[in-house]
Design a protein around this ligand. Structure first.
Ligand code: PGA
Length: 246
């Protein structure tokens, strides 16, 4: 299966700046070796989606409300994203930590994405304490079990999973490729046991956390690694273009 590279632009860039970045990526990514997705902020999503309409670069949202409509001030729902985004990041650790999203809520968001024809990029990962206490695998598997609990087996096969150790996000402190490979293997085995190997084979498992154009290949080469979720380096068109053409 082709690898997937997702750029998470987070709460950065004006509409104009987002369009400039989208344009530069479109020009510089001539021979992509992977499927590519960029996730602009909600304000820029419409413009970027329009700009990249005919492009090999697909567009994703950074969040989704679990309801399809209603009195949820400031929120964005799945039906609103239809036609604008093909992917949606769900359960990013910045949302878990800063906005109190728990696994129950995240499971409903994953379900909302699937219901509305979006591919959820479900983020899981342990924090530093959990890692030090030897609870990294337990934490990630517990998150996965609950976050996928609303889906049928068939729906699970449509999910993308991103393993993002919280301590490696935005810190410049990337995880050791060997450790990442171990965790991805563990997730893969969990999926085989809980669902079927046929389903597990269809699910791309990405790594994310301080990925840049220098270390990207070391993760992409890990067994069962289905691609990368890139934050900071995705705002730099040279770096991101390079990662997409490794
Ligand atoms: P980072 O972010 O690459 O800046 O560490 C990754 C992410 O938040 O998905």
């Amino acid at each position: 299966m082709k690898k997937l590279i997702v750029g998470n632009w987070k709460m950065n860039l004006s509409i104009r700046q987002s369009l400039v970045l989208a344009d530069r990526l479109e020009i510089n990514i001539e021979k992509p070796t992977a499927d590519i997705v960029v996730c602009p902020n909600f304000i820029s999503l419409h413009a970027v989606s329009h700009e990249l309409k005919e492009s090999k670069i697909k567009v994703g949202a950074q969040n989704i409300n679990n309801n399809d409509d209603g009195a949820f001030t400031g929120e964005i729902s799945g039906p609103m994203l239809k036609g604008l985004a093909k992917y949606c990041i769900v359960g990013h650790s910045e949302r878990r930590v800063n906005f109190g999203e728990d696994d129950e809520q995240i499971s409903l968001k994953v379900s909302a994405a699937i219901r509305n024809g979006l591919t959820p990029v479900l983020c899981v990962g342990e924090n530093l304490n959990q890692r030090h206490e030897g609870l990294a695998k337990r934490t990630v598997l517990d998150q996965l079990a609950e976050d996928l609990s609303e889906l049928t087996i068939k729906e699970v096969s449509k999910v993308v999973i991103a393993y993002e150790p919280v301590w490696a996000i935005g810190t410049g402190e990337s995880a050791e490729p060997y450790d990442v490979e171990q965790m991805i293997n563990c997730i893969h085995k969990f999926l085989i046991n809980k669902y079927q190997s046929e389903i597990a084979r269809k699910i791309r498992i990405l790594y994310g956390g301080s990925v840049n154009s220098d270390n990207a290949l070391s993760y992409l080469n890990a067994e069962f690694c289905g691609g990368l979720l890139v934050g900071g380096a995705s705002l730099n068109y040279r770096q991101f273009s390079k990662i997409c053409q490794l």
